[in-house]
Write a protein that binds this ligand. Sequence first.
Ligand code: ADP
Length: 447
Amino acid sequence: MFRRILIANRGEIAVRIIRACRQMGVTSIAVYSTADRDSLHASLADESVCIGPPDPGESYLNIPAIISAAEVTDTQAVHPGYGFLSENAKFASICRECHIEFIGPSAQALSLSGDKAACRQAVEAAGVPVVPGSEGIIKDPDVAMKVAQKIGFPVVVKAAFGGGGKGMRVAHNDATLKHDVALAVTEAEASFGDGGVYIEKFLEGARHIEFQILADAHGRIITLGERECSIQRRHQKLIEETPGPGLSASLRARMAKAALRAARAISYSNAGTVEFLLAPNGQFYFIEFNARIQVEHGITEEVTGIDLVREQIRLATGEHLGYSTVLPEGAAIEARVYAEDPELNFRPSPGVIRRLHLPGGPGIRVDTHVYPGYEVPRYYDSLLAKVIARGKDRSEAIERLYAALEEFTTEGVTNTARICARIVRGDRFRRGDIGPDLVDEYLPSMG
Ligand code: ADP
């Protein structure tokens, strides 16, 4: 087991990893930017090192600064969390070249999963259905036109090396496609340093269903069940739950098998997530692989009793998985509370949290890094907290989550707790009639 782990991240996930380290008797080392000097992760960790100015390029994405911090603190392993360098194959290789274990999959698996166009091809070759689309990256807008005409509009243009919904554009006809491709390329270049894009058929009304997997370095791979994540804004998740409402046992089993096959196709190890779209006609298609711990991992932990961060650390030391089947029990739902204003199309609402009230009670878990007086920096993702409710069944989890979200208060910054509360209390959500259009029904501008 590692004695010392450096956490190359910030916010709630850094706090989550520090807690896992403490429970495992491992010394935790936080890194922070000057904007995060007063952050909870920097004060909770056993040791902390300032790695640069607020701009992520100079701090949380600054590989030399993070490697230096790891070396001066005599770190044996780095946990990258999610976002930032978590899926960066170059960072993983540099860590290992410096004899620092990267807590995650191999650099080869990261390279393949990080190139979404190539990953689609590898997974399709292994017999898993993918959304109809282009073969690999598209460079020429005329090729984009040919692919779109073949698969039929609407289509979605996606950044091959992207994430977080950035660089994604839906094109409804020939007239806008060229413009959409050009915009997606520009956005992808600006956000990810690579303008490669690819095209998929846009599946109207499709649900996002993903499978959590765990794989050891000795060839054993298991799934820990699915998560339903269709409730999103700007193609980013807002509410997630497990099990997925309305999924039959046979569909779940077929999707789980496809998830394992996809993971094997890229020789995956450690914790990861296989994402699928489930079309209204019941067909499912692979969309991408997330080679990291996900924001929404907590709901899987609540129904399986497995600490996924602990498993990531344990598997990175080369330990065997040690179990082959996990039977989830009950239901869990998560609402992400962001410092954003839903009335203003979810515009970020940074600032100082003057007063804070966090909910609690049976079956409620709040993963957060905020405290009264905390200033939400404008440089980073605006996630304030994840409110997770567990119940013996879905309706108990809904009741608990609704009550918890109604209590959640931040004065000084606007948050997304109330809109999430209204969604989970609504008839459609309670019926389990989940879809990507659900959020729209609660937006003021949409009436
Ligand atoms: P990112 O990596 O940026 O999150 P994804 O490929 O995972 O991008 O897509 C984000 C979300 O957009 C998905 O969760 C899904 O809801 C929606 N989406 C992606 N691809 C399609 C598609 N082909 N048809 C319909 N919706 C899609």
